[in-house]
Design a protein around this ligand. Structure first.
Ligand code: HEC
Length: 133
């Protein structure tokens, strides 16, 4: 009897552990593992760009000027849909006529979790806040 209850509790606990916030955390880890930070910093989440390409110095959020080099991804979730990011990283679509310079070499699951993480970056939590007019 106790065994059954303990087992049920464990399952509930495991379900809690795999809930949403963990997914974003994992995406951040994969982002670092895949060395995306060689080219991209994420200023709002403490990710430092490791590479030496200049570009972002006077344009920390890389707003319009991706042609200068890899943009900071702090606002990327506000700029692109997650479906677009997936296609872009697979080099299926381009941005202003250019494909992403690096083909994605990880697994589908890794790509999914990175994109889940990125697509939350820079989103305004409450677009339609009441009483704003
Ligand atoms: C070799 C350098 C380099 C690496 C490594 C790299 N990127 Fe990029 N990335 C770029 C450049 C350059 C651009 C801008 C593309 C353009 O405008 O031509 C870009 C653009 C992007 C964009 C679109 C940004 C925007 O605001 O429009 C996303 C999303 C992105 N990269 C994600 C990633 C992810 C995820 C990884 C790791 C799997 C990664 N990048 C690794 C150089 C890199």
């Amino acid at each position: 009897m106790w065994k059954l209850i303990a087992c049920g509790l464990w399952v509930a606990f495991a379900a809690l552990l795999t809930a949403a916030p963990a997914a974003a955390e994992e995406g951040r880890d994969k982002f670092l593992q895949q060395r995306c930070n060689l080219c991209h910093g994420i200023a709002t989440d403490g990710v430092e760009k490791l590479g030496s390409s200049p570009a972002v110095a006077d344009d920390p959020f890389g707003e319009e000027d991706a042609s200068n080099g890899p943009p900071d991804l702090s606002l990327v979730g506000d700029r692109h849909q997650s479906e677009w990011i997936v296609a872009f990283l697979r080099k299926e679509v381009d941005l202003d006529g250019r494909k992403h310079p690096m083909g994605f070499t990880g697994t589908e699951a890794e790509l999914d979790s990175i994109v889940a993480y990125l697509s939350e970056l820079g989103k305004t939590p409450d677009e339609s806040s009441p009483g704003s007019d």
